[in-house]
Design a protein. Sequence first.
Lengths: 331, 331
Amino acid sequence: MKRPTIHDVAAAAGVSRGTVSRLLNGDKYVSPAARVAIERAISETGYVVNRAARSLVTQRTGSVVMVLSEPHEKLFEDPNYSTTIRVAIRMLAERDMSLVMMLAGDEGDRDRVVRYVRGGHADGVLLMSTHAGDPFVDALQSGPPAVSCGAVIGRESLIPYAAADERLGGRQMTEYFVRQGRRRIAMITGPMDTPGGIQRLEGFADVLGRKASKKLIAHGDWTQASGERAMTELLARTPDIDAVFVASDLMAAGALAALRAAGRRVPDDVAVGGFDDSSVALLTHPPLTTIRQPLAEVAQETVRLLLALIDGAGHVDPVVLPTELVIRDSA
Amino acid sequence: MKRPTIHDVAAAAGVSRGTVSRLLNGDKYVSPAARVAIERAISETGYVVNRAARSLVTQRTGSVVMVLSEPHEKLFEDPNYSTTIRVAIRMLAERDMSLVMMLAGDEGDRDRVVRYVRGGHADGVLLMSTHAGDPFVDALQSGPPAVSCGAVIGRESLIPYAAADERLGGRQMTEYFVRQGRRRIAMITGPMDTPGGIQRLEGFADVLGRKASKKLIAHGDWTQASGERAMTELLARTPDIDAVFVASDLMAAGALAALRAAGRRVPDDVAVGGFDDSSVALLTHPPLTTIRQPLAEVAQETVRLLLALIDGAGHVDPVVLPTELVIRDSA
DNA sequence: AAAGCTTCTGTGAACGTGCACAGTAGCGCC
DNA sequence: GGCGCTACTGTGCACGTTCACAGAAGCTTT
């Protein structure tokens, strides 16, 4: 049993291919009589347009490729991805477009992505958490429009993006500590080649100025274990810390474990602030005071930018959305 | 600047389309001389095959669609998804195939999936956590091969699957409690229309037999809050519980909170066992004794089954992989 | 009544590929 | 020398769609 083609529909409706095609593609100039006949024929035959044939002539694929740059299994922990995936699928589906996923973990992966995109197999590219200095970003320039969810460090002006105002978030948490009268405020940052790593620290420094000494800053890699390690290090360096701003909830969970091991009470001895407001924040004891990022809105804006570019907008401006302080028990 | 076609490559190499096509598709009968000439021409022109044109004639798309059935934002919590996505992308990429994502949350979504698949836009379907009695599973029968990651309740013989041996996992945890001399062992299950909900309870009942009374069983919906609620309920009904097997780590985290609120010590007064060995298990205090599922292997087997079917295997057998007890501090 | 506009329709060509087929050349064998 | 075999190559057609164009029919304007 072969699948019905536009020919079959046209025959069943007693019109020509052209008329059916016009109806399908929303052209005006289709008579009411033809319209109903065709619509009936479509539902009778169960016709579905053949995208391959269509894209062969339109040079469009009706799909967007999402490129996941995290090298290893980090995706595991990050609600950011799943939210963005869902939002993207939903928004694309409204336009009858589909989302293709690709990995860009190693050299081979990146080659494949570039070949795929250059080969014209996608109408747009959606970058996720691309690292600073990733060379393949430049290779993408010549192809279809690309945007990033979160800024691409060093390529802010090349790749449009939507992102949370990470720096604002850093300020919000630090200001909260200051308002509470904390005197020795430390920070555990993320990796310094990611926007979250850099900008959350900038916010911290904005508020503390010269008081943000190197001694009070330690670096993690987003993992729980690295948070624990960094906290231990900070306590050894500066035992009289009374607050610590940790650049992610997961690392903050690690920091809590280190504080518990060192016999410090939270928040009485040391206040702890996280970042992300992920599900982790409710799992720790005590629950984390943290910074909420508008993940869904960021995802939505990212996709909106991409669709605008696909629709022919020559240029779009980056979108930065405000974060929000969520107060729980850890600070 | 137009993209080079197979024509351009043929011209540059001084051969005909047919020969280039043969080389591309791994046919034998290409002379060494032609081979090197074509390979040079390909890299010189930067040629990439046009998939649309190819699938128009081969009736294959080179893509698999992954259907996410969770209605809401559950994906958030579940490492299962991200692992499966990664494994699937990787395995498909090896065959130069791509992964398309679709949602099947509501009626409209499911219609779209069925249209997409029926329209011949995918060579295979990969179902994720499809619920019991989901009608659209039957609608998929007439299309390309479909498999499921995890059994589809009530459709086990229709849709091939790979899954962890959830029932074994239930037995392992319950037996561990028994060996430890626990006398009043309770269970918090998942939703009873999911394999994890049903089969983990079956394992529990396998071991306890008549001792698994209704009074000792409460139901959750995988969320942390539902775990907390269920635990509170159990304590009210049967205060002398000395062990509880919770069907997911996240719910177990909720149960721990309820136990803490009730002043019970873990594991001294009450032993707690989780399921999944997700990142949550290391976040709780104390860290959870739990059941590890071979997620990556399950994902791998699922994709393997699908590829076998796509390659023409008429029938494949379901694959069930063993779970493993991971002992930490909560039991 | 001719001309021009609007609304609607049908038709041929083109998109880039794989596949079936025909065909060529070289070689060994009776 | 004719035959069959192997190794290789080129060509025409089909896949299902969109798009540009030509043209018909009905109306209004000149």
